[in-house]
Design a protein around this ligand. Structure first.
Ligand SMILES: [Zn+2]
Length: 310
């Protein structure tokens, strides 16, 4: 994720009209099943997926850790999905050509409605927001900025294997989100995917970015709200109904992120992101700043949307 375009400060009643809940107060919106573990998001497993990615080291395109992580993510998704595919593309910079790959996985292919779940799996090659100038050319570990969204989606993938979804789910892990110094050379994987969706075209989607912060706060991302107000409000309303308190029913930042190329291509997208993270694009973006509980909150919401719809 990159630039903050603006902060919109308006009273929440000007911004959102909170409709009364259409769900009876005692209706359970969390996902449960007869078997205790079936359909249930395991926060410890999700956190293990986060730390595992970080153990490879900084995962920027062109690095060995990037290659190793790609193989790992592919192998993990192959355990759970009906179909997994690499979507390769090249990025040319000067006389250099960098190979990148989006990683695509499909679940519940027999169903008609298709939901896209996305996160970026690459990490930033330089800690340009680090307080110490000496660190600013070092690559970041990206525990939150990158690994957290992927961790939630790997755990969601594991759950989908244990309990078939009533709609088709496509997980896309984007490469090259955080590659460039400026927005011109960022969101590379999502731009490529948006122009080459083919048979992976979804009806709508949810992007997860920086969802692992120990102090999780998820106000409504403005570009999502501006582009797809009804969908965005439905997502936050569900979180409210489920009592997931990190989701805050108030306007947040407008973020440039992987959802924008998809919105431009006509796919309604919602970005779930906590941009109030002091370690953003620094060497301090490490697993100790993240928590299993935060991953769980986001995972529970995603599973509720998958199994119960919006
Ligand atoms: Zn970033």
């Amino acid at each position: 994720m990159w630039l903050v375009l603006c902060v919109i400060i308006v009273g929440s009643d000007q911004f959102l009209v909170c409709k009364p809940s259409e769900v009876a107060p005692d209706e359970d919106l969390s996902v449960s099943a007869e078997d205790e573990s079936e359909g249930v998001f395991d926060p410890d497993q999700a956190f293990a997926y986060l730390t595992k990615q970080c153990e490879f080291g900084p995962r920027f395109p062109g690095s060995m850790a990037h290659k190793e992580t790609q193989a790992y993510l592919l192998a993990e998704l192959q355990k759970f999905a009906q179909e997994v595919e690499l979507q390769p593309f090249e990025f040319r910079q000067g006389n250099q050509t960098i190979q990148m790959n989006n990683i695509l996985a499909r679940f519940g292919a027999e169903n008609s409605e298709t939901i896209l779940l996305a996160a970026h799996w690459d990490t930033r090659p330089f800690a340009d927001q680090d307080t110490k100038p000496a660190n600013r050319n070092q690559p970041i570990l990206g525990a939150n900025d990158g690994a957290s969204g992927v961790a939630v989606l790997l755990e969601v993938a594991r759950v989908l294997k244990s309990k078939s979804p009533p709609r088709q789910v496509i997980i896309v892990l984007f490469d090259g989100e955080d590659y460039g110094r400026t927005a011109t050379n960022m969101f590379l994987g999502s731009r490529h995917f948006a122009q080459n969706m083919g048979r992976w075209q979804p009806d709508f989607g949810i992007l997860l970015d920086m969802v692992g912060d120990r102090n999780l706060g998820l106000p409504i991302e403005q570009n999502s709200w501006n582009a797809n107000r009804e969908l965005t409000e439905s997502v936050w309303r569900r979180a409210q109904e489920m009592g997931l308190s990190p989701f805050q029913h108030r306007p947040g930042y407008a973020i440039m992120d992987d959802h924008l190329p998809l919105i431009d291509a006509g796919v309604p997208m919602v970005d779930i992101i906590d941009f109030d993270y002091p370690y953003w694009h620094t060497l301090e973006d490490t697993p100790d700043k993240c928590s299993a509980k935060s991953l769980e909150v986001v995972g529970q919401l995603v599973l509720s949307i998958i199994y119960l719809g919006l």
